[in-house]
Design a protein. Structure first.
Ligand code: UD1
Length: 330
């Protein structure tokens, strides 16, 4: 029994792949290497190719006796998805559908899917539960919701069960400092804080300090990427144990503002974060964070790491790898 990890050479995918191997799962990675890095996969079997290549996926499933899929491979830049929707619908929806159809035909019964809390848009009530209204405000979020629906329909019609994990804000790096995010491909807060802190950008732009939050800056639920990785293992075990198709939030339940991130970074690293207050970023909600009780109840998963761990691991990773994995390949 082997787990096929698509996008296993990317940020969250590589950290989850390593955890799966550590936990004794057989793993094969499928990654186009367009945004992922060979160095992030180490000695795990890597097939370089596209999720939409049905013949390739079928062959990989047969040759590696694939029983489960953990599906990360997707584009994730919200702004880009609005400028180039075709790219996002093609890859994230059509490509994912090809993948699902091929793996179902090959006898795969379990899929763990990377969904997103962006599906909730600007929720009326926080902490947000899984039954909150779906309010996609970007093509990116819509592609994730469409995939959840495709998976639900395959459950209704074929022998496939799935867990769609709605991630809140993934952040931090592997605690040994060897795997992390490449800030060149990220629009997210923590990599940008580190870029400014380490002198690779003049200053962090704080997108708005006039929100209706205690300090005026946006509030999010930052989840350590290693905790996030553990939720995939828990979801896989749940499915292998016969669990039904479901959707599940993966967050900490704690709301943290941009100013909290800056002050925590300054305390943990002992360095000042240069920042400027900038206008709000279009489409940014004031605040959301997870009600993560379903993950605890159904998967037996809770986040264990703290914001300090997120910042310390991100600092260690970015200090040593300012050019992402390119540095470790050089
Ligand atoms: C973003 C996406 C979301 C996606 C997630 C993970 C949007 C609107 N949402 O979430 O769909 O699932 O990334 O890829 O793009 N901030 C700054 N300065 C920065 C960067 C961010 O002040 O340079 C602030 C933002 O305004 C926000 C918070 O930091 O309040 C977090 O931003 P970010 O890390 O980009 O995540 P989200 O916007 O929550």
């Amino acid at each position: 029994m082997t787990v096929l990890v698509t996008g296993g050479a990317g940020y969250i995918g590589s950290i989850t792949t390593r955890l799966l191997v550590e936990r004794g799962f057989g793993v094969v990675v499928l990654d186009s290497l367009e945004l992922g890095h060979r160095a992030a996969v180490n000695d795990v079997p890597l097939v370089v190719g596209n999720i939409a290549d049905s013949d390739l996926v079928t062959r990989v499933c047969r040759e590696h006796k694939v029983s489960d899929v953990v599906h990360f491979a997707a584009y994730k830049a919200v702004g880009e998805s609005m400028q180039n929707p075709t790219k996002y619908f093609d890859n994230n929806v059509a490509g994912t559908h090809s993948l699902i159809a091929a793996v179902v035909s090959a006898g795969v019964e379990n899929v763990v899917f990377s969904s997103t809390a962006a599906i909730y848009g600007d929720p009326d009530i926080v902490p947000v539960t899984e039954d909150a209204e779906v309010r996609c405000e970007s093509v990116y979020a819509a592609t994730k919701r469409m995939t959840e629906q495709i998976l639900e329909w395959y459950s209704a019609t074929r022998n496939l069960r799935s867990v769609s994990l709605r991630y809140f804000n993934a952040a931090g790096a592997a605690s040994d400092g060897t795997l992390g995010e490449d800030w060149r491909y990220s629009q997210n807060l923590v990599p940008h804080v580190m870029k400014a802190l380490l002198g690779f950008a003049p200053a962090l732009k704080v997108f708005g300090n006039d929100y209706s939050t205690p300090d005026g800056t946006g509030i999010r639920d930052y989840i350590h990427v290693e905790d996030l990785a553990e939720s995939h293992v828990a979801a896989l075990q749940y499915l292998r144990g016969g669990g039904d198709t479901m959707i599940c939030n993966v967050g900490t339940g704690v709301g943290t503002s941009v100013m909290d991130i800056i002050s925590t970074t300054e305390r943990v690293t002992g360095r000042a974060v240069p920042y400027d207050i900038a206008p709000r970023r279009a489409g940014d909600p004031a605040r959301y964070f997870a009600n993560a009780s379903k993950a605890e109840r159904v998967l037996g998963w809770t986040s264990r790491r703290l914001l300090d761990d997120i910042i310390a691991s991100a600092f260690a990773w970015h200090s040593a790898h300012p050019h992402g994995h390119a540095a470790s390949q050089a």
